[in-house]
Design a protein around this ligand. Structure first.
Ligand SMILES: NC(=O)c1ccc[n+]([C@@H]2O[C@H](COP(=O)([O-])OP(=O)(O)OC[C@H]3O[C@@H](n4cnc5c(N)ncnc54)[C@H](OP(=O)(O)O)[C@@H]3O)[C@@H](O)[C@H]2O)c1
Length: 391
């Protein structure tokens, strides 16, 4: 089955930010004559109102996903071959409204507001996702006025208390990754969980999700972010500016008890210090030490002794994205008001270069997410969240 023609209300061309190759920010080119996609069978066409920025946009652009040779320029290729081709429209965490449906999709969905589960799943399995890839990488994403996505992954979220920008800030790239980190490590209610990179998109999701299931999150961050992180649910905020006595810092806030599991987004030299916090008193534990790692903002290489790992029986889980089941659980929590958006600011799509620079050079006050709003939607969906200096 092919695509249906676009309804007359949808223009045949649109504005979009095209990623034209691996490289610096100039590889992102704003165009206003890009063909509007048409929904294929099983898809909906979404008029985009807000798309959250993720660190992966920059990493994919720069080709920073090596899996074998440290220096290789690489993107995701878990299914066997690279799926990032150019030009590509990036942007994973998409919110908007359904403006057309493909064959087999109920027309009652027209007008529905939703949030995309950003994964390009290889199959229909609900509890496993072995070849992570996503909209904005292996297929076009939301840095555009329109995007065509699978109807069953565009989840209806009515919740009028959430603006479109706020809903995008709860996108699955951060929240599903965070949740899959927790499910991989089998986090249970009552457990002490160290969350590193705590102020970022995944870190702020982890803090909330720990509280949602009754676990106790300890945030590693910078001291001037302590107030907002405590408000979000952190039990205590640990200071990453001085890691020399890190285990003592942890003991001071846990009453001397070890961390049960680490959710690591930092990697590099710090990961070994994080492991220390779990193994200093093995007799005080009643579970194996566990470390989930889903990011390496502090460095891609760590030196860790394997004897330390196997003698202390540290279980290490590599995490990318998550499963359909987990996305659906998160959507249920969003609909139920259990999760809160942490939205830092909105930028216009045409000003994505400025957003990228802001993201890379962000100050110590930064917490949570940036969202990108098509210029045509700015007045309704971007302006209320604009940074004062750019509005
Ligand atoms: N595997 C996956 O599926 C997946 C999915 C999403 C993201 N990721 C990765 O996970 C990581 C976090 O993603 P994110 O979207 O939350 O990114 P983010 O918003 O950029 O947050 C990263 C946080 O890490 C901390 N940090 C940055 N540089 C650091 C350094 N040199 N040393 C120690 N801490 C540092 C900062 O928090 P503080 O200032 O609070 O310390 C920063 O806010 C990224 O590396 C991203 O690429 C992976």
């Amino acid at each position: 089955m092919g695509s249906r023609p676009l309804p007359e209300t949808v223009p045949t061309t649109m504005s979009a930010m095209l990623l034209t190759g691996h490289g610096d920010i100039d590889t992102l080119v704003y165009r206003q004559d890009v063909s509007t996609p048409t929904p294929r069978a099983g898809e909906v066409l979404v008029k985009v109102t807000a798309t959250a920025k993720n660190n992966t946009d920059r990493k994919a652009r720069e080709g920073l996903y090596p899996t074998k040779d440290k220096g290789e320029v690489a993107s995701f290729a878990m299914g066997g071959s690279p799926t990032l081709t150019f030009p590509r429209i990036q942007g994973a965490d998409i919110v908007g409204r359904v403006v057309a449906v493909g064959d087999g999709v109920d027309a009652a969905r027209l007008g529905e507001r939703g949030l995309l589960d950003f994964n390009l799943y290889a199959d229909q399995r609900r509890n496993i996702n072995l070849t992570p890839d996503y909209y904005g990488h292996g297929a076009d994403g939301g840095y555009a006025e329109y995007v065509a996505v699978p109807a069953d992954q565009f989840h209806h979220v009515a919740n009028p208390e959430l603006s479109d920008g706020e809903l995008a800030a709860m996108g699955m790239c951060s929240y599903q990754t965070a949740y899959h980190m927790m499910t991989s490590a089998g986090i249970k209610a009552g457990e002490r969980v160290l969350v590193t990179g705590a102020s970022g998109g995944v870190g702020t999701a982890l803090i909330q999700l720990c509280r949602t299931i009754g676990a106790v999150p300890y945030a590693l961050s910078q001291q001037d972010k302590a107030g907002p992180l405590l408000d979000l649910g952190a039990e205590a905020v640990l200071d990453r500016s001085d890691m020399s006595g890190f285990t003592e810092q942890v003991k001071a806030v846990t009453g001397g008890a070890p961390i049960d599991a680490v959710m690591d987004l930092v990697g590099g030299e710090m990961t070994d210090r994080f492991i220390d916090t779990m193994i200093f008193d093995m007799q005080a534990r009643d579970s194996y030490p566990r470390l989930s790692i889903a990011g390496a903002s502090g460095g891609n290489i760590s030196e860790i002794m394997w004897t330390r790992i196997y003698l202390y029986q540290v279980q290490i889980f590599g995490v990318s994205h998550g499963t359909r089941e987990e996305a659906e659980q998160l959507i249920a929590w969003i609909r139920g008001g259990q999760l809160k958006p942490v939205l830092h600011a909105a930028f216009k799509l045409s000003e994505l270069h400025a957003a990228e620079r802001y993201f890379v050079n962000r100050g110590s006050h930064y917490l949570g997410k940036i969202v990108i709003v098509p210029d045509s939607e700015w007045a309704s969906h971007g302006a209320p969240h604009a940074l004062e200096e750019t509005s």
